[in-house]
Ligand binder design. Structure first.
Ligand code: EPZ
Length: 421
């Protein structure tokens, strides 16, 4: 398994282009199953999770053609089966996103239960309850979800917890259902809006994306001639590189970004002492060589502070001036990075779902292990400021969500190398 070697102490300076959003590309690739005509999806990030999704669709008999710009044409006209096997689903929980489209368009699906992961049990009960309410016959046995439906019927769904992929699965199921579906307490994430925009471009009738109340008028089919859809920029990749610059006292300009998607994060970076300028599709952060001040955050569904940025702010608070209180309200076990940070000298105390981080001037390099995607980002950030060479193991986690991370960080002046094993 590859490792990353990072020698800390270099301020990050320069420009970067932000990639397309992983968490928009995954539901949109699944949503392409709804289309009668081939669709082309652009600005897709080159990530392991994307490769897994393409393999999953390919095994169903979906035709996928990738051009030199990594645009992906998806043609589901020759689909042969509606099966998502455990061997793929266990490597990428988001495979559950094929359930809604398969049921809605083909009336059947056999999808492995995703199971939990490092950050939590990750149940999918709200996905299944919603589909059952729409008339699907759902049986869970031998670790698989066996679902059939003559034709899903629209209805009013009230989600008792905000769920991003749950909202996305039910939106896609409703797109071809009979009649109108209303989803209340829907997730408002930008990636949910991107999926709605994609489906509407195919001819779906999704209204209210981003407001918390979705209204979807089912249509007979999505057969508009194949169109091209570009994925929105990745707000979490953007936030991660902004934190990297803030921690190292550097100055970066991120292009192909969308500042409007990061309000809650930019507020906290400014509170940490960063000077931030924004344009419509770029963000510039200048730390003027200063050490950041500690900030306190509480994660919650969009538009509040994103849980996917929590680990990165643990890293920043670890070397900031002062004490920062970080409360995680979305997942029950999303502090796996803390014990690894403590091995680098961080002064962090955990009390239930809260981390109390007392900033120290510098961390010391150590061999550490990535446990999940954003935890590995935290360790990379810590390595950028630690004294000495930090070696990060199990970096396959980071390859799931960050396109060419060592190239991008090297471009900003970091001393980072991938050591193949
Ligand atoms: C999505 O996961 C993202 N993944 C996650 O990003 C992100 O952290 C999360 O949303 C929250 O923003 C993708 O979009 C592919 P949830 P998802 O359903 O949809 C509970 C990353 O780092 N819940 O919004 O799986 C659940 O246990 C990944 O890129 C139920 O109880 O998260 C959690 O406590 C990590 N029952 C809360 O809701 C359900 O049926 C939010 O989970 C569904 C969810």
């Amino acid at each position: 398994m590859d490792k990353l070697h990072i020698t800390g102490g270099k301020p990050l300076c320069g420009e970067l282009r932000i990639s397309g959003a992983k968490n928009a590309a995954l539901p949109i690739l699944a949503g392409a199953l709804l289309s009668e005509a081939p669709v082309t999806i652009g600005n897709v990030p080159h990530l392991h999770d994307i490769t897994t999704t393409m393999e999953l669709l390919g095994r169903m008999g979906v035709q996928l053609v990738v051009d030199e710009k990594l645009n992906i044409e998806v043609d589901s006209s020759s689909i042969q089966n509606f099966y998502a096997p455990y061997e793929l689903v266990k490597t990428m929980r988001a495979s559950i996103l094929v359930l809604g489209p398969l049921l809605s368009r083909f009336g059947r699906a056999e999808v492995s239960l995703p199971g939990g992961c490092a950050i939590g049990t990750r149940p999918v009960n709200l996905h299944l309850q919603g589909l059952a309410a729409m008339g699907a016959d759902i049986n869970v046995r031998n670790g698989y979800i066996h679902a059939v439906a003559k034709r899903l019927k629209g209805c009013r769904l009230v989600l008792d917890q905000v769920t991003v992929t749950g909202t996305e699965n039910l939106m896609m199921a409703a797109a071809l259902a009979e009649g109108k579906t209303v989803i209340e307490n829907a997730a408002r994430e930008p990636e949910v809006i991107d999926l709605a925009n994609f489906l509407n471009q195919l001819g779906a009738q999704v209204r209210g994306a981003g407001t918390g109340i979705l209204e979807i008028e089912g249509v007979e089919s999505l057969d508009r001639p194949g169109r091209h859809y570009n994925i929105l920029p990745d707000r979490i990749e953007t936030g991660t590189y902004l934190v990297a610059a803030a921690m190292t006292g550097g100055r970066v300009k991120l292009k192909n970004a969308r500042p409007a998607l990061l309000d809650a994060v930019l507020v906290k970076l400014r509170a940490a002492g960063a000077e931030i300028r924004v344009g419509e599709n770029w963000i510039e952060l200048d730390m003027h060589g200063r050490r950041p001040c500690s900030v306190s955050i509480r994660t919650a569904p969009y538009p509040a502070f994103p849980t996917d940025m929590q680990a990165q702010f643990i890293a920043m608070n670890a070397i900031a001036e002062g004490v920062g209180i970080i409360t995680e309200t979305v997942f029950e076990n999303r502090f796996m990075h803390v014990q690894e940070m403590q091995r680098m000298g961080a002064d962090i105390k955990l009390e239930s779902n809260t981390a109390i981080v007392k900033g120290i001037p510098w961390l010391t390099a150590a061999p550490v292990m990535a446990t999940d995607l954003r935890a590995s980002a935290c360790l990379v950030l810590a390595g950028l400021v630690a004294e000495g060479k930090t070696v990060i193991e199990r970096i396959y986690h980071i390859d799931r969500g960050y396109e060419c991370i060592e190239e991008k960080l090297s471009q900003l002046g970091a001393e980072i190398r991938r050591i193949p094993h």
